[in-house]
Design a binder for this molecule. Structure first.
Ligand SMILES: [Zn+2]
Length: 262
C-alpha cells in the first residue's frame, strides 16, 4: 500500500514537472520563431529588409537553389545574425507536382547523405558547424520509410522542424518535445494578419513556443503579402516586452537547456 502511494506521488510529481510553464528569458510570456523555406528571392527582397527594420531575427531554410547572385546575398543575411538552416539540396518529396525530385527513389541513408552535403554547402556560406533542418514538404519519409532516426543516428542536424496547424503548432509540452519533430504552423496561400496574430496571442496565453513556416513574402508562391507580413512584425515589435523572437536554433537551445536543468 505504501509502495503504491509512493508511486502515485512520483507520477503526480512527474506530471507537475511536465506541466510547469516554460520560463522564457527576461520574464517574457512566450517565444515566436519566424522561419522561411526554399531560399526564395522574395525573402531576400522583402522579408529580410522588413525584419531588419523591425530588429527581429529569423531562420531561413535553404535548398541548393542558389546561384552567383543570391549566394553572396544569403551570406550577408547570415552576417546580419539571421540563421541559415538546411532544407536538403534538391527538396525531394512524395508529390512531384511542384517538386522535380521524387523522394520515392531515395533511401533514409541517401536522404541523410544529401542533408550532410547541404550542411557543408551552408558551412561554405556562413562558416557554422551546427545546423538545424526543415523536412521538405514536411514529410519525414524516403520511399515510405521514416528517416528521422537515421538523422538522429548520424547526428547530422541538431533540431528539425515539422509542419502543423494552429492547434498542434502551439508547443507547451516541453518535457516530451522531440528535437527532431518540432511542429510549426504551415501557412496556406494568402494568410491573413488576423490569423497570424491570433496564433501568436494563443501562444502568449499558453506561455509556449510557436514557430511559423513562411514561403513567399509578397511574391513567389504560398505567398503571404508584404503588408500582412509587416502587420505581424509590427505586432511582435509592439509586444516585444512579452514576446521573445529568437532564431529556431536559439529557441531550441534554450528549451533543451531548461529541460536538462529539471
Ligand atoms: Zn520547402
Amino acid at each position: 500500500m505504501k509502495k503504491s502511494l509512493f508511486f502515485l506521488l512520483l507520477v503526480l510529481f512527474g506530471s507537475w514537472v511536465a506541466a510547469q510553464p516554460m520560463q522564457w528569458p527576461q520574464h517574457k510570456q512566450a517565444a515566436i520563431v519566424l522561419t522561411y523555406d526554399d531560399a526564395l528571392l522574395s525573402q531576400l527582397n522583402i522579408a529580410v529588409p522588413q525584419l531588419e527594420r523591425a530588429g527581429l531575427k529569423a531562420t531561413f531554410f535553404l535548398t541548393s537553389d542558389l546561384d552567383y547572385r543570391t549566394l553572396p546575398r544569403w551570406r550577408e543575411v547570415a552576417e546580419k545574425g539571421f540563421e541559415l538552416g538546411n532544407h536538403t539540396l534538391y527538396h525531394p518529396c512524395v508529390s512531384t507536382t511542384d517538386n522535380p525530385v521524387s523522394s520515392a527513389d531515395y533511401t533514409p541513408y541517401l536522404m541523410v547523405r544529401e542533408i550532410e552535403v547541404m550542411n557543408w554547402l551552408l558551412y561554405a556560406i556562413d562558416g557554422r558547424m551546427t545546423r538545424t533542418f526543415a523536412y521538405p514538404c514536411t514529410d519525414t519519409t524516403a520511399a515510405g520509410k521514416s528517416y528521422v532516426d537515421t538523422l538522429r543516428h548520424y547526428k547530422s542536424v541538431k533540431y528539425a522542424r515539422l509542419g502543423g496547424d494552429e492547434q498542434t503548432a502551439v508547443i507547451t509540452d516541453f518535457a516530451h518535445l522531440d528535437s527532431l519533430r518540432v511542429p510549426s504552423l504551415g501557412l496556406e496561400d494568402s494568410s491573413s494578419a488576423d490569423m497570424l496574430i491570433r496564433f501568436v496571442k494563443t501562444v502568449q496565453q499558453r506561455g509556449g513556443l510557436g514557430i511559423i513556416m513562411f514561403h513567399g513574402i509578397g511574391g513567389d508562391y504560398i505567398t503571404t503579402s508584404a503588408a500582412v507580413h509587416q502587420q505581424l512584425l509590427d505586432y511582435l515589435v509592439e509586444n516585444k516586452r512579452s514576446i521573445w523572437v529568437p532564431t529556431f536554433q536559439e529557441a531550441m537551445d534554450y528549451v533543451m537547456q531548461r529541460r536538462a536543468m529539471h
